[in-house]
Ligand binder design. Sequence first.
Ligand SMILES: *Cc1c(COP(=O)(O)O)cnc(C)c1O
Length: 377
Amino acid sequence: MPPLLLTPGPLTTHPDTRAAMREDRGSRDPAFTALDASVWRRLAGLVQAEDPDGDWVCVPVQGSGTFAVEAMLGTLVPRSGRLLVAVNGAYGRRMVEIMERLGRPADEVLIPEEDAVSPEAIDAALAADPAITHVAVVYSETTTGLVNPLAAISGIVAARGRRLLVDAMSAFGALPLAEALPGVDAVAASANKCLEGVPGVAFVLTRRAPLLASAGNSPSLSLDLHDQWRRREKDGQWRFTPPTHVIAALSTALDLHAAEGAVAGRGARYAENRRVLVSGMRELGFEPLLPDALQGPIIVTFVQPADPAWDFERVYAALEARGFAIYPGKLAACPSFRVGCIGQVFPDDLRRFVAAMDEVMGELGVGSGAPGEEGEP
Ligand SMILES: *Cc1c(COP(=O)(O)O)cnc(C)c1O
């Protein structure tokens, strides 16, 4: 039995989702074309439902989530525009790097990884520089598990007459967007996070007007959202080979998402997973990096215990032998590890995980999960 993936993706998927990949489908077969169209229509429908007066379309992109983020920034930030990126983790930093590679360096607002992006800091940066036309922010920073105050940020950006581009990779499908949408032009996400599909396809949900205005803007052929969308509008075909199996799996994953109560239902299960995980781990002495108010329901970062018997590699292997895969930390500031709450993972799985962690600590002689005092290694 493969371990249960307590990671930020790829995730443990539903057997029906995996079964949808058993059939080979021709990309020009009418049955596939219909299935394909319905997937992107339903995804656009999820945003449209949160913003009934908006005019949203979904443009798919082959590849992992970063491909969609790069396509969004490269296509939707006009050549005459300037981007400000809010950075409080690795995914914010990645957007800065993307803009550097595109030869259109962004400005950045740097925030410590354990702090939320402050709408006031964005406001000050926008007030100081009228050349900035767009702001990019990560909704759920998977580096730490922190959920940024998207609605407040969006409100500030809109009030300053600028537009917001969102990396909602580890949020879309489980966290609401409605309150933030007025200031948002586009949202990038992928199949294999909260939608619980398999990896291989990503997408950008964008308002129609900025997409229409972006012709010729992208410096990349394969990541040109405007071209990709135009071709699909013309004859329903992808420009380049579509990941047929992955799209079929995403279609089934969307059925399961709807059956669970869509964004609200899925978000509620993840929140319960997090509650069970955090309370169980606290009983073993562990402390999450983030205060509860900033901790999102997607993934939890725990500070490495001070007990010298703790050895992440050994803990990882012993947990894997018991059927659980966890995730290493990604923090500059302190050693840590992460446990994901997403995928086909349920509160009872997290109870079993905490019991397995307890056993592993006994086996390795780790007395407590408690982190050291501030300043200790
Ligand atoms: C997963 C993720 C991405 C995309 O990562 P890929 O490895 O390219 O799929 C981007 N941003 C955030 C916040 C993520 O969690």
